[in-house]
Write a protein that binds this ligand. Structure first.
Ligand code: CA
Length: 228
């Protein structure tokens, strides 16, 4: 089955260049030239991956991503013109799978696309069980929703992914390194303590609000969610 990639880029030359390169690699390609058009096409669910520029007319790339993540976990690679750490953090925290700083080498972009698609196809085979539960907490993986006794909980993409890994491995202690790898997929600014930060965010939205202890710290090792 052919892989479909959506390119959202308003600069015609770059868009055309990406289209040709991706077609040459055997992908089916469609383009959008504004944030709004890109979001609409992405939400159609017809694409396997989106290459999303940050600087776009109508809606910028971060806003497109934020809206898309409300109901979709399609892989997204952001293109950012500025080599600013803040952009990268905002992009990744907003749920981007990866980012590239312009100007970039096309070979690197192609390699990252291959990597993300491979990771996704490996992961989707295990997604059979779409409902994960623990002590009143329910995660609907397919619908990308988390709730506690019917009360819907808003999580960021990373928080969702972290919680998912812990729920999938209930009663098993997961190391910070493994969590980092599973949640971020690659070296996130080189810091494993980013996981501690996301655990803190999760606890503030779950444990603290509902007064239930879900995420337990195993000192020197990592984290676990236990049934009891
Ligand atoms: Ca642009």
């Amino acid at each position: 089955m052919e892989t479909r990639i959506l390119i959202v880029e308003d600069e015609e030359k770059i868009g055309r260049f990406l289209e040709l390169e991706l077609q040459h690699e055997g992908y089916a390609v469609e383009k959008a030239v504004s944030g709004r058009e890109g979001l609409e096409k992405a939400q159609s669910g017809q694409f396997d991956l989106m290459v999303l520029d940050v600087m776009l007319p109508e809606l910028n790339g971060f806003e497109v991503l934020r809206r898309l993540r409300k109901n979709s976990d399609m892989p997204v690679i952001m293109l950012t013109a500025r080599d600013a750490v803040m952009d990268k953090v905002a992009g990744l925290d907003g749920g981007a799978d990866d980012y590239m700083t312009k100007p970039f080498a096309i070979e690197e972009l192609l390699a990252r696309i291959r990597l993300i698609l491979k990771k996704r196809s490996g992961g989707s085979a295990k997604k059979e069980n779409s409902l994960l539960t623990c002590k009143g907490l329910t995660m609907d993986v397919k619908r990308y929703e988390v709730s506690y006794e019917g009360d819907k909980i808003e999580l960021t993409h990373r928080e969702f992914e972290l919680l998912k890994v812990l729920l999938e491995n209930k009663n098993i202690v997961i190391s910070r390194d493994t969590l980092l790898q599973k949640v971020c997929g690659y070296d996130y600014l080189g810091e494993t303590n980013v996981i501690d930060v996301y655990v803190r965010y999760l606890r503030s939205k779950l444990d603290d609000v509902y007064n239930v202890k879900w995420i337990q710290t195993v000192r020197g090792v990592g984290y676990v969610i236990k049934d009891e």
